[in-house]
Design a protein around this ligand. Structure first.
Ligand SMILES: Cc1cc2nc3c(=O)[nH]c(=O)nc-3n(C[C@H](O)[C@H](O)[C@H](O)COP(=O)(O)OP(=O)(O)OC[C@H]3O[C@@H](n4cnc5c(N)ncnc54)[C@H](O)[C@@H]3O)c2cc1C
Length: 387
């Protein structure tokens, strides 16, 4: 038999799915409504994820990780997002943004110092790139880092930082040489107890309300030179490559949400009786379920193919942009149909559908808006001159 394409998950990935599903069913889903109402994921929940070794899934075993790569990490986030998007997003900030930046660009000392802390859940991580004047135009950041002896002195502020107020380790970006454009941006690992660091208030949001989104302020904050992540001037590359991984796992959250919405819709369509029969008998409802399943199938296929490319160390910037773009739009289509199938119940806050409908909308905005993803894909096509 010739070797070819395999769509099998490994035994380890299947076992991980089981653990993640159990964690979601017993710990996460039962709290999801309360998390949304209180606008706060209890930090004990993140500790429990750490106790189950879930915060180190993609990282090598030598740092305390599970060594299950991007595929394993997507399995985890898919399962957690089925229960609660806020919880999945906090794990995402910890692992695929903060942790991944250190894993990809950290030197050996930095990896040994920070990765075990993050994996054990002793510190929460954040990734602070966005500023008030630099959202899509990320290269326009104004935060500066000026060399002073063995330190850099950072001044500026970041906005919309996920995990901002709970983070102990923050990957951030500052201009070290304005004349060099994107090559004059440097990435730093900042610790929240460094003098001059301050987090702002918890922003109130439409969805993923349990996540901690805050401004960060750096006022004459001294950061030792050894906390530069990557080389001086390499910060923009650090940000963009970290986001490749972040965008893939964001799509895993979209997939988990879409599967949950589809399952809830199938169940409701079979139970809800109108005109003397379950609404599932109506072709209008069946067509919506079929369209939802079509989106789920495509999402699952392209997501795991792209996660596999990442694990094979292939270049996958264009693919991660496509996956982010498709899955974030597909999950909104699925959520819209789920509301429609549930009728008035889909609009009620006591039922999870409306929470998912609000939660999934963010995926088209953060980690680069979908307009920016289209720019990335189109630029790549035009540069190569063919698909
Ligand atoms: C809940 C939440 C959590 C976040 N978490 C983080 C985080 O942890 N770390 C972090 O660094 N950032 C984070 N962000 C910031 C997020 O990445 C930005 O909001 C996003 O990149 C868009 O930037 P902006 O909001 O400034 O929108 P803008 O850039 O002002 O965009 C506004 C609109 O203009 C469009 N637009 C802009 N430029 C172009 C163009 N060239 N061509 C076509 N259309 C364009 C956009 O697509 C969008 O539709 C978070 C945001 C939110 C809302």
């Amino acid at each position: 038999m010739s070797e070819g394409i395999s769509f099998e998950f490994s035994e380890d990935h299947l076992m991980l799915r089981e653990v993640a599903r159990k964690f979601t069913d017993s710990e996460v889903r039962p709290l999801a409504q309360q998390i949304d109402e209180n606008e706060e994921v209890p930090l004990e929940l993140i500790k429990k994820a750490a106790e189950l070794d879930l915060l180190g899934i993609p990282f090598p075993e030598q740092y305390g990780g599970a060594g299950l790569g991007e595929v394993g990490y997507c399995v985890l986030l898919e399962e957690v997002a089925r229960g609660c998007n806020s919880t999945a997003v906090i794990i995402g900030g910890q692992v695929s943004l903060g942790g991944a930046a250190i894993h990809i660009f950290g030197n050996e000392d930095q990896k040994r110092k920070y990765l075990p802390l993050l994996i054990r859940g002793e510190r929460i991580a954040a990734f602070a790139l966005t500023e008030p004047e630099a959202g899509s135009d990320a290269a326009n950041i104004k935060t500066t880092a000026v060399k002073d002896g063995n330190d850099y002195v950072l001044n500026g502020n970041k906005t919309f930082t996920t995990n901002g107020s709970i983070a102990g380790v923050i990957i951030t970006f500052a201009v070290t040489d304005k004349s060099k454009g994107t090559r004059g941006i440097t990435a730093f690992i900042v610790e929240s107890d460094m003098p001059g660091y301050r987090a702002g208030k918890h922003e109130k949001k439409m969805g993923i309300r349990g996540t901690y989104t805050t401004d960060l302020f750096f006022e004459d904050m001294r950061v030792p030179r050894e906390n530069i992540l990557g080389a001086e001037g390499e910060g923009f590359r650090v940000a963009m490559m970290t986001l490749d991984s972040g965008r893939t796992s964001l799509a895993a959250q979209c997939l988990g949400s879409a599967k949950e919405l589809l399952d809830l819709s199938i169940k409701y369509a079979k139970e809800r009786v109108q005109f003397g029969k379950p609404i599932a008998d109506k072709q209008a409802i069946q067509f919506m379920l079929a369209d939802m399943a079509t989106d789920v199938y495509v999402m699952e296929s392209i997501l795991y193919r792209t996660a596999w490319m990442s694990d094979q160390k292939m270049k996958y910037s264009r693919e991660s942009a496509i996956v982010k773009l498709f899955c974030s739009e597909a999950v909104c289509r699925v959520a819209d149909k789920a509301v429609q199938i549930h009728g008035g119940m889909g609009y009620m806050r006591e039922y999870p559908i409306e929470r998912f409908y609000r939660d999934v909308r963010i995926n088209r905005i953060y980690e680069g808006t979908n307009e920016i993803q289209r720019i990335i894909v189109a630029r790549d096509l035009l540069k190569r001159g063919r698909y």
